[in-house]
Write a protein that binds this ligand. Structure first.
Ligand code: DSN
Length: 423
């Protein structure tokens, strides 16, 4: 249990780790988190993560485990699965993937043979590493054909071209759902193309899982997708982890692929946290949160563009913005990230579509609103954030200006406590 005595024990017995924990709490509280894949989880989830469920091995599934002593682990896993099914309208949920990459690998390994052809989005256009990037094992195991978006056409996907590609290559699976794509996805178009060529459909909605759960973005389960994957720690606000939603027809394949195919014992403290977060997402207040995430993204995007920032695709339909720092401010994404770090605004450097620059010095940064919204920030704070970002990036060599901005950021943040951190 995370209790005061646990904290005191840690302080007394491992002061170096304790100091790092205190430092991280102070860092998270002092500044603002704008990395779109991060969030502040619920205090209840922190309790579950630090609970005795971490002691338990639970290979197998509820009612069918390989070890004894499962009466309570079965309770939490059943709750997590049932809540996930209800929230997304799915026929089956597997809540054991340790995180996003093994979650996607489990789907591929259950359905594909090495060398099979898969359509996935190009990494620089928003696709994820596990969607066939050559540097990932998944990229070498299968024959990935990469499609792109049209950044100058609001990030639209050219479905006529995609249909031609599918007819030509006859993929076994079509993957959509991305990690740096600021628009919604036209699941009906993907499904129609997949049906025409006999391909399976998978949507990796890791970034927008919470926005779908809150009912403010389209749900691929409603469009008959075969597999929907989402991490649990982003807009869903749960613990780090992954979930696979599928149809009854694929239930056994997916469960076997996760365990024993790919993983050993699930992390039951994480499964408990996932169940808690899914329970929260079923409450009406979560729909309000999801809408505020979108509203804040609109306000932040408009204010950034009014201030002269160039956003990839010209705006956003979700929680995320990709800012082209080279075009907007004549600096690369690494300088932008470091400059914003120095004023206590955390972002991440990001490649832009067909980026001429390398991934460690890309042209852009990514920004997102789930974490700021969790802290209760709204329109006024989004407008101020845009002003600070533009001011800092324009004056990235002016240390006096940056010191002043850091003071303003931290003064504002002090009014918005981080959930789970004692003030
Ligand atoms: N690292 C996650 C993200 O930032 O989108 C996904 O890999």
């Amino acid at each position: 249990m995370r209790s005061p005595s646990g904290r005191s024990l840690l302080e007394a017995n491992d002061p170096e780790i304790h100091a790092a924990l205190v430092g991280e709490e102070a860092r998270q509280s002092a500044g603002i988190e704008l990395i779109p894949s991060e969030n502040y989880t619920y205090p209840e989830v922190l309790v579950a993560l630090g609970s005795v469920f971490t002691n338990k091995y639970s290979e197998g599934y509820p009612g069918r485990r390989y070890y004894g002593g499962q009466e309570y682990t079965d309770v939490i896993e059943r709750l997590a699965r049932n809540r996930a099914r209800k929230l997304f309208g799915a026929e089956h949920a597997n809540v054991q993937p340790l995180s996003g990459a093994p979650m996607n690998a489990a789907v591929y390994l259950s359905m594909l043979e090495p060398g099979d052809t898969v359509l996935g989005m190009d990494l620089s256009h928003g696709g994820h590493l596990t969607h066939g990037a050559p540097v990932s094992h998944m990229g070498t195991l299968y024959n990935w054909i990469r499609y792109k978006s049209e950044p100058d056409n609001q990030g639209r996907i050219d479905f006529d071209a995609l249909r031609e590609t599918a007819r030509q290559h006859r993929p076994k699976m079509i993957v959509c759902g991305y990690s740096s794509y600021p628009r919604d996805y036209d699941y009906a178009e993907f499904k129609a193309i997949a049906d025409e060529v006999g391909a399976l459909t998978m949507a990796d909605v890791s970034h927008i899982g919470g926005l779908i759960a809150g009912g403010v973005m389209r749900n691929p389960c409603d469009y008959g997708f075969d597999f929907v994957t989402t991490t649990t720690h982003k807009s869903l606000r749960g613990p780090r982890g992954g979930m696979i939603l599928t149809k009854k027809a694929f239930r056994r394949d997916i469960d076997r692929s996760v365990f024993p195919g790919l993983q050993g014992g699930p992390h039951m403290n994480q499964v408990a946290g996932t169940a808690i977060a899914l329970g929260k997402a079923l409450e009406p207040a979560f729909a309000d949160y999801a809408q505020r995430v979108l509203d804040n993204a609109q306000t932040l995007a408009s204010a950034l563009m009014q201030g002269g920032a160039n956003l990839v695709t010209g705006g956003t339909d979700n929680h995320m913005m990709v800012l082209d720092c080279v075009q907007s401010f004549g600096i690369d994404g690494r300088v932008a990230e470091e400059t914003l770090d120095s004023i206590s605004i955390t972002t991440n450097k990001q490649v832009i579509p067909d980026d001429p620059n390398p991934p460690l010095r890309p042209s852009g940064i990514r920004l997102g609103t789930p974490a700021a919204t969790t802290r209760g920030m709204g329109d006024a704070e989004m407008a101020r954030l845009a002003g600070w970002i533009i001011d800092a990036l324009r004056n990235h060599e002016d240390s006096a200006a940056l010191a002043r901005l850091k003071g303003e950021v931290e003064e504002t943040c002090s009014g918005f406590p981080v959930p789970g951190v004692e003030p």
